[in-house]
Design a protein around this ligand. Structure first.
Ligand code: ATP
Ligand code: SF4
Ligand code: MG
Length: 419
């Protein structure tokens, strides 16, 4: 007899029938994930101060610099000021910029320059400081343009990436501070369903083995119950018993995504990151998979972080929605508030692009100008100011606060009071 998965078994004392409470399962505090994308050596001219103080000397000798021998003319020093590279997360700074600042302040003291080679690093700030909480049993939908950092955020929360900065608490435990051995216990409780049901299944393993592998590794059920348990999960996910010995290539996209869902749920998780789980599927199959996810949430008391481009899907499945732009949240709130009463100009633009199934509907489509800026060099002030039709002077210089404007409706925009 297979083990029946019930909410109380999965969540211990937690939710019955997925009821939402004010009990937070996940808290993310100022999470940052930068990717190092380019390293190159640059030759820079560094001013030599007549009476250097210890602090400026330390800066001149900043990390990753190599001094050229006196009189070495093999490399010609640039005459124009060298642009500042990003500040590295490990605190290493671009010596050229520091020294340029010093030379500005203390112009009279600079009598000569020496040349240095510095290591210039470029970071993509994929996730650039996000903070939020997720209630037990709810679905938090995450929307935003391609490249805004949705997947990186989801994977960083699960610690599939080493994060650059910030904290993630899962049921009160700071999992970002855990060593890999201690983290293992949380691996089963936090799972992910990937976007691509074709690429995320090993082609040479039969379905039963794919779904059951982690069940064995983590001793989820006794060995004698293993097969029955896996078949039970498969049934719950709409897969027939005889699929157990079949291989992934024998299934359609929708069936494969069900296998991915079954694999994630087999280890009895409490929290699942669904990273665009339906975007590779056609519309009718999308609806089946979304309904399956909702059903499983209700039956098993799951909490979802649901990432998608598709606002209609997000509206259908989410309790709350967060809107991301260039690695940050610009708006977050209850699904109804976001869809009926959006505050941020970026959310307005996203919503105006949702197709309406009415041939007579004349929507007021807001077309965003230009491309999304590079996350390696985000604009100053409001990150959206380069594309915002309501941009004011203050937006270009001062980053707006991400503030609660009532009922947990958060927004970061200078159009609303900042104090
Ligand atoms: N391993 C990596 N190395 C370097 N840069 C990366 C890496 N992974 C992601 N990025 C960059 O980080 C940024 C955010 O990527 P991410 O995949 O999180 O975006 P996304 O919002 O999930 O996009 P999409 O909707 O297309 O899936 C992008 O600019 C991307 O190029
Ligand atoms: S802060 Fe300014 S630029 Fe940014 S979204 Fe608001 S109005 Fe637009
Ligand atoms: Mg993604």
């Amino acid at each position: 007899m297979s083990e029946e998965i019930k909410p109380e078994v999965i969540n211990g004392e937690a939710t019955q029938d997925g009821a939402k409470t004010d009990d937070y399962i996940l808290e993310v505090v100022d999470l940052k994930k930068y990717f190092l994308t380019r390293k190159e050596f640059k030759l820079v001219k560094v001013p030599v101060l007549n009476n250097p103080d210890p602090a400026s000397t330390a800066m001149q000798n900043a990390a990753s610099s190599v001094e050229l021998p006196e009189g070495d003319d093999s490399i010609v020093a640039p005459e124009t000021p060298v642009e500042k590279s990003d500040v590295a997360p490990d605190g290493a700074t671009n010596a050229a910029e520091d020294d340029k600042d010093n030379s500005g302040d203390e112009k009279t003291k600079v009598t000569q320059f020496k040349r240095k080679i510095i290591l210039d690093k470029t970071y993509v700030k994929a996730v650039n400081g996000v903070s939020f909480k997720v209630k037990r049993g709810e679905t938090l939908g995450i929307v935003g343009e391609s490249g805004c950092g949705k997947s990186t955020m989801g994977r960083s929360i699960l610690r599939l990436f080493d994060i650059t900065d910030g904290k993630v608490f899962f049921e009160g435990t700071e999992i970002t501070a855990l060593k890999p051995s201690a983290l293992r216990k949380f691996r089963t409780q936090m799972q992910i369903i990937f976007q691509d049901p074709y690429g995320s299944l090993p082609p040479r393993s039969p379905v039963g083995q794919i779904i059951g592998e982690a069940v064995k590794v983590h001793n989820i059920v006794p060995k004698s119950e293993y097969r029955d348990y896996v078949i039970d999960i498969m049934r719950k996910c709409g897969l027939q018993d005889f699929y157990f010995d079949r291989y992934p290539h024998e299934f359609s996209g929708g069936q494969r995504q069900r296998i991915c869902i079954a694999r994630a749920l087999a280890v009895k998780p409490k929290f699942v990151v669904c990273d665009e789980p339906v975007s590779a599927l056609d519309v009718s199959i999308q609806a089946q998979v979304i309904n399956l996810l909702k059903e499983l949430q209700r039956d098993l008391g799951l909490t979802y972080l649901f990432i998608s481009h598709d606002l209609s899907v997000v509206q259908h499945i989410s309790d709350r929605v967060g809107v991301m732009y260039l690695g940050k949240f610009v708006e977050m709130g209850d699904e109804k508030d976001i869809f009926n009463n959006p505050m941020h100009p970026y959310t307005h633009a996203l919503l105006s692009a949702v197709p309406v199934p009415d041939p007579h509907y004349k929507g007021n489509r807001i077309v965003l100008q230009g491309d999304i800026p590079s996350p390696a060099n985000p604009p100053s002030g409001c990150k959206f100011h380069t594309r915002c039709s309501r941009c004011m002077e203050v937006c270009k210089h001062v980053e707006p606060k991400f503030k609660d404007y009532g009922n947990g409706h958060m927004c970061a925009c200078h159009l609303y009071p900042q104090d």
